[in-house]
Design a binder for this molecule. Structure first.
Ligand code: GLA
Length: 385
């Protein structure tokens, strides 16, 4: 892959200038969904698939950006003084927004050429955009000696996503992509950004990702709608005493104070509160090698996202049902929902039969060819050459 991206760089820029190569992973969330913005705990892992970038410094103030995944966009050439958002710049806006933000943290007086190539499926809920953001942030941090820590880079990239791109996401994706650890998942407290890396000792089980191939069309508007519903529930619950986040409540305290909530807000808040408890429990279960307990928590998470939070879709539900029928001990949607991927814990010996049965069953119902990947939890964004 490194030779391939270097070749792409040479082809585009025709130069043999000194380059460095960075890798930035995608992510899969094992449990703790839609609660990063409710001050809850999440439990994601960085992946071994992601985005590679080749970078070469320039002596002038130009930035040139090329992605092999968006070949028809060609090379975008911008100036360090001209980094405003432009819809037409598509993927390159993630790079531009990050560079602009990094310029407010340190001195960036000369530009660079960059070529990017990713092996993450696009728009599949594995965080391709956060991966690109951290790729550029990490390169700029090193190349211009800006000196931000990994958690600070994650916070900066989330700011870019919220304010420059205009997507109101939480911190989970950027944080795990920046701070991921090989063979571990991160138990991250999104209220404090304190985290622990928990070894993914799954005995003889694999983490299997199934891509529904349903592009997440509705996700932006529905995501904002869910956030607004959580804010409304928080405002009503705060009448009983000050509350910073929904996830400050445990399930018993929530039930005691939730009597006045309208049905929809009750179900949204119930998801947040119970998901937070499940996530903390699941991390403990994993530490204690209670894989059945861990899988059970994943199953309950999906059911809550489907029934109470209502961010699943029939295709994801079908993939989850098929997975449970064909040997997964835990199966759930992962990421924002409304399409994208499921994550499953499957006994290693069953993976080939599982893959065939799930993809065939899914094809029979929806005529869609699901893709199946084995997840290899990896380190966060890093220089590879
Ligand atoms: C998206 C967002 C995250 C998180 C998840 C749902 O991936 O970017 O911040 O809210 O959805 O858990």
């Amino acid at each position: 892959m490194i030779a391939k991206i270097q070749e792409i760089f040479r082809r585009q820029y025709g130069s043999s200038a000194a380059t460095s190569v960075y890798f930035s992973p995608g992510r899969v969330n094992l449990i703790g969904e839609h609660i990063d913005y409710n001050g809850g705990f999440v439990f994601p892992a960085a992946l071994s698939i992601g985005n590679y970038g080749v970078f070469s410094p320039r002596s002038d103030r130009k930035i040139r950006l090329y992605s092999e995944n968006f070949q028809s966009a060609g090379i975008l050439s911008v100036d360090l003084d001209g980094l405003a958002y432009r819809k037409a710049d598509s993927w390159a806006n993630y790079a531009k927004g990050v560079i602009r933000e990094m310029m407010s943290r340190g001195t960036i007086e000369h530009g660079f050429d960059a070529a990017v190539y990713g092996d993450l499926p696009q728009a599949s809920g594995l965080s391709s955009s956060a991966s690109i953001e951290l790729l550029f942030a990490t390169y700029c941090n090193d190349a211009y000696a800006i000196g931000l820590s990994r958690p600070e880079l994650a916070v900066l990239c989330r700011k870019v996503e919220n304010e420059y791109i205009g997507v109101n996401c939480g911190i989970m994706d950027q944080f795990v992509i920046a701070n991921g650890k090989k063979d571990h998942a991160l138990l991250l407290d999104c209220a404090t950004l304190l985290f622990t890396a928990v070894p993914l000792d799954l005995d003889d089980h694999s983490i299997v990702i199934c891509n529904s191939k349903v592009k997440r069309g509705l996700v932006d508007s529905k995501y904002n709608e869910r956030r607004a519903e959580c804010d409304a529930a928080l405002a009503l619950l705060s009448k009983h005493g000050s509350l910073r986040h929904l996830c400050d409540l445990d399930p018993a305290a929530f039930e005691a104070s939730a009597v006045d909530l309208p049905d929809v807000l009750y179900r949204r808040a119930k998801h947040a509160v119970t998901e937070n408890a499940r996530t903390k429990g699941a991390a403990e279960q994993l530490k204690n090698h209670d894989l059945a307990g861990f899988g059970g928590a994943m199953n309950a998470s999906h059911d809550s996202l489907r029934d109470d939070y209502e961010v699943s879709c029939p295709e994801l539900d079908r993939l989850v049902d098929l997975a449970r029928e064909h040997g997964a001990i835990g199966a759930r949607m992962t990421g924002a929902g409304f399409g994208g991927c499921t994550v499953n814990i499957v006994p290693k010996a069953l993976v080939p039969a599982f893959t065939t049965a799930v993809t065939e069953g899914y094809y029979r119902t929806y005529g869609l060819l699901a893709e199946v990947y084995l997840a290899a939890p990896s380190d966060g964004t890093r220089k590879v050459v």
